[in-house]
Design a protein around this ligand. Sequence first.
Ligand SMILES: NC(=O)C1=CN([C@@H]2O[C@H](COP(=O)(O)OP(=O)(O)OC[C@H]3O[C@@H](n4cnc5c(N)ncnc54)[C@H](O)[C@@H]3O)[C@@H](O)[C@H]2O)C=CC1
Ligand SMILES: O=C(O)CCC(=O)C(=O)O
Length: 538
Amino acid sequence: MTRVLVADPLDEAGVERLRQAGAEVDVRHDPDRAALLARIGEYDALVVRSETRVDAAVLEAGKRLRVVGRAGTGVDNIDVEAATRRGVVVVNTPEANTVAAAEHALALMLAVARRIPWAHHSLASERRWERHRFMGVQLAGKTLGLVGLGRIGTEVARRARAMGMTVVAHDPYVTGERAAQLGVELMDLDPMLERCDFVSIHCPLTPRTRHLLDASRLARLRPTAYLVNCARGGIVDEAALARALAQGRLAGAALDVYETEPLPADSPLFGLPNVVMTPHLGASTREAQASAARTVAEEVLRVLSGELPHSAVNLPSIPPERWPRARHHVELARRLGRAFAELFGPEAMARLEIVYRGELAHAPESGALTAAVLWGVLTPVMQEGVTLASAPVLARERGMEVVETHSHGALKEQEAATGALILLRSRPRGSDSAEVSVAGHVGDDGRPRLVAINGYRIDVEESGYLLVSSHQDRPGIIGKVGTILGQHQINIAYMQVGRDRPGGHAVMVVGVDQEVPPGVVETLRRIPDLWDIRVVEW
Ligand SMILES: NC(=O)C1=CN([C@@H]2O[C@H](COP(=O)(O)OP(=O)(O)OC[C@H]3O[C@@H](n4cnc5c(N)ncnc54)[C@H](O)[C@@H]3O)[C@@H](O)[C@H]2O)C=CC1
Ligand SMILES: O=C(O)CCC(=O)C(=O)O
């Protein structure tokens, strides 16, 4: 049975969904790392939020792990590179908490600007009526600078503009055109920091953004400015921020995230008069948690059942609007890769050309399709341990040269006539033999079809085992194959033959109802003028 470990608190909706699908789910929120390392080897999937650190040691101990699900956005607590090397797919739910995080950033901004936490404490805890003490500043008319204009930054920008703020942003990966559509001016970071009344951080924590706001950048902020961080702790140098706040070089800060979480009791941020702090609550709304939990459960189930997840961090991405059709193309690519390896063996794998044609000639998901081809190609070679995530890395490590061609033409006449969408071809290493190839198509019904082998036109759409022979086109061979299969009680479902010319080179595809034992294949190979015969799974 499939076993899933949920290691951080997850909304019941997600746990329920996993159980409904038949998984055995253990919910164990145990901060003890040794306990996690000891038990992770029993699980096929691990689901976390931001607390559990999924590093190389956890992934190494997780011998059965096929997927790590992050119920949320940031994956800085997961060693994605180590996961990829081990073929573990990492999925997240980047859209589930976008609005929650944006609303929290604005709540923090308003709280620090209007001094709400201190006023609340004075009145509710100290029973004082101190209207003179809590003078604030208004947001309307002020300039807000966003560090990161992705999903959350965009939602903050929309809301801040509605409140009458001017919004500028620094994001090296967003075009000026996109920013202009949002009514946001793009700027370099340093001048933006100098210009803004409020700065709110919405980029991920990566090696490049660690301490992006260090002491020298914090010094660029005006003494009247407020800093909001609802993204990740390490983006701001916390010690430098505490010093700037303590020395009055900054009007205030509002923080949801910290360099070390939970925040240690001796943090210099405690006790400062101008800091609003929440314990990483950006995603803590009922709506966001239920949505993240349900979505991560669906994603984990997709990976476990061999389907393509919608939001994998370590797989080439597929635009959401293309998912319905792309999943059929991915399946076609995987089957073609496997058939190619079974037909032509390792000699044909050193240099593989993948031709995308027709509706796939310019498809944005060709990276995912190529990964799927390699997944299929490596499956017969490596058996266990190769997945969609690890296949490109493994192919590179094996020294395979993979070339993608995006073309409407460039096929033999017969192949082109099949309407093939994906064609794999290679010239086997160390031989002067002809090019070998397989080609496939996806029908309107979504079923993958094998439409050509070595340029010979065939049409296989039924899943199952095929015997594929190459032989001389002469009377008697097809009959002999049928007789031998009959003698071994192997039922033939269908048979197709293609040839270059009468009496020339022929290819025969025999669909059989069961796997063909190696001994039977050997007997078939002894038929005179039958040059080769292979078992292929479609
Ligand atoms: N406090 C909380 O509970 C939550 C925090 N987060 C954090 O918010 C972050 C952002 O989330 P999304 O907006 O969904 O991600 P996103 O990927 O949609 O947007 C991030 C943006 O940051 C930009 N960026 C990358 N490097 C940058 C740099 N050096 N300078 C400026 N911009 C840079 C990217 O181009 C991208 O546009 C997440 O990575 C996560 O760490 C997310 C959800 C909840
Ligand atoms: O799971 C949580 O509450 C943390 C959310 C978060 O930080 C994220 O999604 O990146």
